[in-house]
Design a protein. Structure first.
Ligand code: SF4
Length: 709
């Protein structure tokens, strides 16, 4: 864990899903020097601007250092840990007894460590008996999870980062990887440079990523399914299918092809549906057909959609149809946004999953019930994020515990989410900071959690690689690990024996043992080989991919090159997607569509990255990007202020006139909040429209208007 030669602690970056290894050398004054870990296989020593500025974000300004409770005068007052925990447990128990387990909920975060996630999920699903435990990862990659499960029978990422080095064609769909997964993007560029790999970027917005593309396809929003349906038809028409693979390892191909033909049966029809030229479409199809080694990477532009799951499956269909899956340099590849979105998926942090990738099916429920000795285990799926906050607004959920996330900024229709929080009978937040928009929405109990650099456990990155996050700073004040906080409440609820964890290592061993329980049940997620790690071995754990089953000498790097899917018949499913259509309409009053996303140097709601002066220099203030023709049409000038309005809210933003934007589209970054800039809480503008399979909201196409301010 500590490299004696360097005096540095090996840990992992807390920002994006690339999961870069970091060397942190404390300065014994509360700070640390930060460098990339040359031995970590995610980054081999490289860090992006956010990772390299981590040392600037370690101060204690605005930190929450001890528990606080809202007293009768309405102010927040300091309280002892034992009293805070007693209060939370007592109030949860009272509400569950009075209104049933469905009246309480946890809302978690892809920033939590796997051990935190595991204990929270175990308490809510296993012992309180409700599956109302969801996570901000629902806003990030839930459509990929649903797409994987529909196609593969499990939430399995088939490829690995080495595929990006080996691919001859890299197709990025709805991904600004140059800004959002920078170290991985550099790896792709290195492949371009060293091996001549080609890159296609598919995005309504001409991002920095598009600047390095051999072919940029600026398609109309919401038409990805049409493009990949057209590709499936073109592959079939030109004899580019892998008929053996389709026959031996899949089902549903004919239906999917028939649907694809009805969506985009030719190059011309695809061009018409997507707004691309026939030449652009034909060039892309030819590049895909002629490159046996293709990796298609997709991110929020695909996932954050009311048809996100169908888009994921339309992409996977093309890889299955050509056998381009699980082979070196050939795979569909979901880029996860957050550092531990994958770890959350592994422990059942989503309301529609059980732990260890198990589902709410009778055999899986029974298996987890027996393992946890949890007779009251939840027996059906809980409410997904957007539904959860709607249930809070309706008074159906009365107690909520938010851990490490800021839903009053990040949820769609964030004003409604914030108003819902104010209705709660019990509103608990575990946080690093004293104040943010969620805390300021009427929290009743504030619990101080350890932050990055202080806490210890594991995270899993986009390629299924589990890495250690290690503490290298003394935990300040009375801050505690999240797994400890949840465990202490569980003990006070009367579930002591099941939550008697002394360390993150103990939690991890139980998580590993559950994954391998009854021989892993034939599932994809099985880390049985890590079940008996000693505390020392856990501390020294080097980055390792899953699965690594008991007895395995090495992890399995890829899946499905020779079939072996996780459905009962071991076949993959081709999915016939719905006809692509945005679920909202533009009108005379809302003639534009608002796309939201990230900028290069900020992270989420800026509670950490916003403290770095260096990161603040890149794009220092909230803005809205608009095409020059639209700027003229709507009378807004570059660098002036404008008001952007949707049916859900409005923001005042600086105008950035740019050819990167399509006509008819606006782009605004998600990071600012009332805590950082009072007029730019962009989540308040986003429609709470969700995908029917994944529950993921459509953050990319809300009807909007713009006027000069
Ligand atoms: Fe951190 Fe992601 Fe940058 Fe790597 S690429 S340093 S994980 S933000």
């Amino acid at each position: 864990a500590i490299d004696p030669a360097l005096g540095a602690t090996r840990t992992t970056c807390p920002y994006c899903g690339v999961g870069c290894g970091v060397l942190a050398t404390p300065d014994n004054n509360g700070g640390a020097a930060i460098a990339g870990d040359p031995e970590h296989p995610a980054n081999f020593g490289r860090l992006c601007s956010k990772g390299s500025a981590l040392g600037e974000t370690l101060g204690l300004e605005d930190r929450l250092l001890y528990p606080m409770i809202r007293c009768s005068k309405g102010t927040m007052e300091r309280i002892a840990w034992s009293d805070a925990l007693d209060h939370v447990a007592h109030r949860f128990a009272h509400i569950v007894k009075r209104d049933g387990p469905g009246a309480v909920a946890f809302y978690l975060s892809g920033q939590l460590l796997t051990e935190d996630y595991y204990v929270a999920n175990k308490l809510m699903k296993g012992f309180i008996g409700s599956a109302n435990v969801d996570t901000n990862s629902r806003l990030c990659m839930a459509s990929s999870v649903a797409g994987h499960r529909r196609a593969f029978g499990a939430d399995t990422v088939p490829g690995c980062y080495e595929d990006l080095d080996a691919a001859d064609l890299l197709v990025l769909v709805g991904s600004n990887a140059a800004w959002c997964h920078p170290v991985l993007f550099q790896r792709m560029l290195a492949n371009k440079q060293a091996r001549g790999a080609r890159m296609v970027v598919i995005d309504p917005r001409r991002t920095d990523t598009a600047g390095d593309a051999d072919l940029f396809l600026g398609l109309k929003p919401g038409t990805d399914t049409a493009l990949f349906s057209g590709l499936l038809v073109a592959l079939a028409d030109s004899g580019a299918l892998d008929s053996d693979y389709i026959a031996h390892h899949t089902s549903g191909f004919d239906e999917a092809l028939a649907r694809a033909k009805s969506i985009a049966g030719s190059v011309g029809a695809t061009a018409l549906a997507t707004g691309l030229s026939e030449q652009e479409v034909a060039d892309f199809f030819q590049m895909f057909k002629s490159s046996p080694r293709v990796v298609t990477l997709y991110s929020q532009g695909v996932n954050q959609s009311a048809q996100g799951t169908d888009k994921v499956n339309a992409i996977i269909n093309c890889h299955l149809a050509t056998g381009r899956i699980g082979k070196p340099g050939a795979s569909p590849f979901s880029l996860t946004g957050q550092p531990n979105a994958m770890g959350g998926r592994e422990v059942g942090g989503l309301a529609n999953q059980l732990a260890a990738h198990m589902a709410f099916t009778p055999p899986d429920i029974d298996r987890v019930r027996r393992f946890w000795k949890a007779p009251r285990i939840a027996t059906h799926e809980g409410l997904k994020a957007v539904q959860m906050f709607e249930a809070i607004a309706k008074g159906e959920i009365k107690a909520l515990w938010v851990m490490g996330t800021n839903p009053a900024v990040s949820l769609p229709d964030a004003d409604a989410a914030r108003a819902a929080l104010k209705k709660l009978e019990l509103f608990v937040v575990s946080e690093n900071v004293l104040s943010n928009d969620t805390v300021n929405a009427g929290v009743h109990v504030l619990l101080p959690a350890q932050a990055w650099g202080e806490k210890s456990g594991t995270v899993t990155n986009s390629e299924r690689r589990i890495s250690r996050q290690r503490a290298f700073l003394r935990a300040p004040g009375e801050t505690k690990p999240d797994w400890w906080i949840v465990g202490e409440v569980a003990k006070r609820l009367g579930f002591g024996p099941a939550f008697d964890f002394k360390s993150a290592a103990e939690v991890f061993r139980e998580h590993a043992a559950l994954s391998a329980f009854e021989n892993g049940g034939g599932r994809d997620f099985d880390i049985g080989a890590l079940t008996s790690l000693s505390d020392e071995e856990f501390d020294e754990l080097t980055p390792v991919m899953w699965p690594i089953r008991a007895g395995d000498s090495a992890p399995q790097q890829r899946f499905f090159a020779n079939g072996g899917f996780f459905a009962n018949d071991h076949r993959a499913r081709f999915i016939a997607p719905e006809i692509p259509a945005l679920r909202s309409e533009t009108t005379a009053g809302r003639p534009l569509r608002l796309n939201t996303g990230r900028i290069r140097d900020q992270w989420h709601t800026m509670t950490r990255s916003g403290t770095s002066p260096r990161l603040g220099q890149h794009l220092p203030e909230p803005f809205v990007e608009i095409h020059p023709d639209d700027a003229i049409r709507y009378g807004v000038d570059d660098d002036s202020f404008a008001r952007v309005t949707t049916d859900y809210g409005q923001c005042t933003l600086k105008v950035a006139v740019s050819e990167r934007q399509q006509r008819g589209m606006l782009f605004a970054p998600i990071h600012w909040s009332e805590a950082t800039a009072s007029t730019a809480r962009v989540g308040a503008l986003v429609a709470p429209i969700t995908d029917p399979f994944s529950g993921q909201p459509e953050n990319k196409a809300t009807p909007a208007s713009i006027v000069p301010y």
